[in-house]
Design a protein around this ligand. Sequence first.
Ligand code: R5P
Length: 312
Amino acid sequence: MRLVLIGGPANPALAEGVGRALGMRLADCEVGHFPDGEIHVEVRETVRDADVYLLQPTAPPIETHLLQLLLLADASRRTGTARVTAVIPYFGYARQDRHASEREAVGARVVADMLPTAGIERGVAVDLHTTALEGAFGVPLEHLTATPVLAEALRPPYRERGVVLAPDAGAAKLAERWARVLNVPVAVVHKTRVGGEAVRTQGLAGDVRGRKPLIVDDMISTGGTLAGAITAALEAGAVPDVVVAVSHGLFVGPAAERLEGLPITQLMVTDTVAGTAPHGVAVEVVSVAPLLAHAISRLHDGRSLSDLILHA
Ligand code: R5P
């Protein structure tokens, strides 16, 4: 069965990188709009009987990128592919994984349910907001982690008197994984979200006094969580020399101004989301292209992904 890689428009550089790592070109396809604004897609070469991998993070503008993904999947399967796998390095709506208050939609479930409707038979994602989200997918999901890729980019030596800091309870498991690898203690910030852009922090659990924090999280969106975590750490006596390792850098809204001036010595994100460096903030972007290429190649050959996937 022939392997075909299609790169949607949400992150062409990452798709090219995956293609290079696999030693193959991207399939020819066109994504545009009709005059009334409807999205139009066309796969311009035969993908009949092929094992198709469709790479498209559903990053902002989320609805556009999601619909492009679904239409590309539909266009592929209608030409008789053997299988369509959606590689969604960043999965939008992941934070809407439960009712935070009454009468809210569980958006993550709604979006996950759309995938099989468009003919997607399997998904590949990187560092979803929670591992529990895996259960929302009605198709088999390979949940990869970028932690080893980010850990490798950590500037040595890490570190005398370090502490891994989870900026909220949701990141505690991730922080524990990092701490095991680095052999340093863990601390967890007590955070409450009070709005889409605003969070409140009330101290932290663990000892950060005299230690250099390494803050780990699944994403930076508006930067509120990160800024709050740094403030909480400094108030608790941490050294103002902070390293940040985050899988998805969205940097929306007030992110740039919130991060400017914070005592961050290294800020790393991966390239799951395109164009992630906000003006005035030094961001190191680490590529997940080799990770995705390994996953695709092994899925195509029916080999194990055990060392690439997230074990909770
Ligand atoms: C929340 O639970 C997530 O893991 C992130 O910490 C959060 O979504 C980041 O958002 P922001 O940067 O807007 O605070």
